[in-house]
Design a protein around this ligand. Structure first.
Ligand code: ADP
Ligand code: MG
Length: 246
């Protein structure tokens, strides 16, 4: 039998997709470069590992559920002065995730809260962390429908197995009592297991009104802020200042 075919069959059997798809080119290159047996084997194994890592990252990125991709590099710290380059550089080291710290970005619309949350989440995915992004109202929907919808259940399971959970836009929509209870349950369960990023247009003093329960709000904030860095973002709306017309 054709030896290439045998190699491909073995590679398929062992689920070595990179070797299966590239064996001809690899052997051709090895011939051209006059590689030693050692170097050829290193080339094969490294190619397989690189491809697996790439695929795992693509999968993590897809499962993170970012609505758009925003990057740290795109974030203009000249425009948003409440957070410094130095602080951002510290955040992208991600040791706050390893140490189970939470981040809270507070401030009016358009100051870059969601941008920063997504950009940090994206960076975390690149560095190998499991991330889940959801808006607060989608989260409420997933929590309420997890027993009747497989998609919701899998999103909730994904949240529980993440290293970082991003909950965007707390405060734009009203939260009913039953929802506030479910939210508390979720935060309690994630507490000291998973890092959380929260963005909100409402200051903590307004959260009581939002959640309509003093004790519950205190209990939620207690857990969220126990190990936490809070960024009060101020200034003008980037959207309004950079309004595009055509
Ligand atoms: P928020 O969540 O605070 O309401 P966003 O993060 O959604 O605001 O920002 C609104 C838009 O402006 C987004 O397209 C975002 O990428 C952009 N933006 C906001 N702040 C900055 C910034 N400092 N540098 C670059 N783009 C920014
Ligand atoms: Mg936002």
């Amino acid at each position: 039998m054709d030896k290439i075919k045998i190699i491909k069959d073995y590679a398929r059997n062992l689920k070595l997709g990179y070797i299966r798809d590239n064996i001809l080119k690899i052997i051709d290159d090895a011939d051209k470069k006059d590689l030693s047996y050692h170097d050829l084997i290193i080339e094969l194994l490294k190619g397989e590992i690189d491809q697996r890592n790439r695929k795992a990252q693509e999968r993590r990125l897809k499962q993170a559920g970012f609505p758009v991709i925003k990057t740290i590099e795109e974030f203009d710290t000249e425009f948003q002065k409440s957070i410094t380059k130095k602080q951002i550089n510290r955040l992208i080291e991600m040791d706050w995730i390893d140490n189970l710290y939470n981040l809270i970005f507070l401030g009016p619309p358009g100051v870059g809260k969601t941008h920063l949350a997504i950009a940090l989440g994206y960076k975390a995915v690149e560095m190998g962390y499991k991330v889940s992004f959801t808006s607060m109202d989608r989260l409420m929907y997933y929590l309420k429908t997890q027993d009747i919808s497989r998609k919701s259940k899998s999103k909730i399971n994904r949240i529980y197995s993440s290293d970082l959970v991003i909950i965007d836009e707390i405060g734009y929509l009203p939260i009913f009592h039953e929802e506030a209870n479910m939210f508390f349950q979720l935060i309690s369960n994630l507490h000291e297991q998973t890092s959380i990023i929260i963005t909100s247009n409402k200051g903590f003093e307004e959260w009581t009104e939002l959640l309509q329960d003093v004790a519950l709000t205190t209990a939620i904030l207690d857990r969220l802020t126990y190990r936490c860095e809070i960024f009060n973002m101020t200034g003008k709306s980037y959207r309004l200042e950079n309004r595009k017309s055509f």
